[in-house]
Write a protein that binds this ligand. Structure first.
Ligand SMILES: [Zn+2]
Length: 432
């Protein structure tokens, strides 16, 4: 199993200059290689068109020294491995394209996020930080301060990323623990009691409500900060609209705006990790979640508004509901995937449950009716008189369904449907 890490690093001014140079040179080689491959392929197509015989099968080569000319003497100032990795990146981009996984590779331009791929000849993790430079001359390597807040194993390749003026190192490494797959774990836990399943209902008022009565809400502080970020974003966008294109002031505003987006993204990402961690810890053996595909067909359409703070009264209940909904929509699939791997690492399984009418079904007698839902928050069964919090009742219904799915040999809600709809786990791993 592979695991990934992303740590903040603190290069000094000189080191930052060196890394910027590495980033720039690698991008130049990558771009040049992409152009070259484009051109070679064009030539071959042209040859076929004109009935000129084409020699042999074309293969991607990793040559790059011919890109070094007197026009770009600075390419000679960076280690050759940095340049070679530029061709490697171009190759990887074409392979993704040819196998239908990505778009046609394009020359990259400077943007907010920039990165350089560094292979093991040029870095070392030591106890007191990350060392950069040729490993052949260890005493000459430069120490960069590193904030390694979690344990990790030594990787063979790292990506150093500059993002809005901050530096990060990210990598993936082989993890010695063997983790059973979800299907294997489902088979192991097929005979669990209903009480050993933790079912989650996702709702409008609370993002998650579990079958033991716990709610997983973002804290008031998180809500408040999201409101602040949204307000700041709106004011910056207004400001930018009145500024001249290409002017220095407008570019400054643009940078500030990018930073606000980044802060909000990180805040929500952090909340997601904390929440999935808590759920995985609370689940006894199995966790159950609505199948998103089915949920998409039965739930109300997504609300259009993107700025809940502007639409709802501040700090009101409705405002929080709106925020929770928006937060959940920003990555329910990501959350499901995070939950899946966190559970599996602890030897627990995830079951996907069909979500139809779970909010109208009675968890005690299975009577299903629209009338059971007397209000948004209350459930009152018209047949047996069972009353409960509506979200709690729904989570109990899902727990029952999960239990039936586990015991029967019928089809188990496949993890593929999870990925098909929301895409695989996004780039938590460095580009490889
Ligand atoms: Zn009932």
């Amino acid at each position: 199993m592979r695991d990934g890490r992303r740590f903040r690093i603190y290069p000094n001014q000189e080191q930052a200059r060196m890394l910027s140079q590495w980033i720039g040179c690698q991008r130049v080689i990558q771009g040049a290689k992409i152009d070259e491959v484009d051109y070679q392929q064009w030539l071959r197509r042209h040859a076929v068109f004109n009935n000129v015989p084409v020699e042999g099968k074309w293969a991607f080569d990793q040559a790059y020294s011919h890109f070094k000319t007197e026009l770009n003497p600075w390419l000679g100032d960076v280690p050759s491995q940095i340049l070679r990795n530029g061709t490697y990146r171009a190759k990887a981009a074409f392979q993704r394209y040819w196998s239908g996984l990505g778009g046609k590779p394009k020359r990259r331009h400077k943007s907010n996020t920039e990165s350089v791929i560094v292979t093991s000849e040029l870095f070392q993790f030591r106890d007191d930080g990350l060392y950069l430079g040729s490993t052949r001359t260890p005493q000459k390597m430069q120490r960069v301060r590193l904030n390694a807040h979690r344990k990790f194993d030594r990787p063979k390749m790292i990506a150093i990323v500059r993002e809005l003026g901050q530096w990060f190192v990210s990598f993936s490494f082989a993890d010695n623990e063997t983790v059973l797959s979800n299907d294997e774990l489902l088979a192991i836990h097929a005979q669990v009691n209903e009480e050993e399943i933790l079912a989650l209902d996702r709702g409008v008022v609370h993002p998650f409500y579990d079958s033991e009565g716990r709610v997983y809400d973002p804290s008031d502080i998180v809500h408040e900060r999201i409101c602040q970020y949204d307000a700041r974003r709106v004011s910056l966008q207004r400001k930018m609209a009145g500024q001249k294109k290409g002017s220095k002031r407008r570019n400054d505003t643009k940078k500030k705006l990018a930073r606000v987006y980044q802060q909000k993204r990180r805040l929500i990402g952090d909340w997601r990790h904390k929440t999935t961690h808590a759920i995985a810890k609370n689940a006894p053996k199995v966790a159950a979640l609505e199948n998103l595909n089915l949920a998409g067909m039965t739930r109300a359409p997504k609300p259009k508004e993107q700025t809940p703070c502007g639409v709802f009264p501040k700090n009101g209940r409705a405002a929080k509901a709106g925020l929770n909904r928006v937060m959940l929509q920003m990555g329910l699939g990501i959350m499901a995937n995070q939950l899946l791997y966190k559970l599996n690492r602890q030897g627990k399984a995830l079951v996907l449950v069909p979500a139809h009418h779970s909010s109208q079904e009675c968890s005690r007698c299975e009577h299903t009716s629209e009338d059971n839902r007397t209000s948004q928050a209350e459930f009152y069964c018209q047949a047996c008189g069972f009353t409960a919090n509506a979200d709690y009742n729904a989570s109990l219904v899902q727990r029952r369904r999960a239990w039936h799915i586990l015991r029967s040999d019928g089809p188990i809600g496949s993890m593929e449907t999870l990925n098909a709809r929301e895409g695989p786990i996004p780039s938590e791993k460095p580009p490889a």
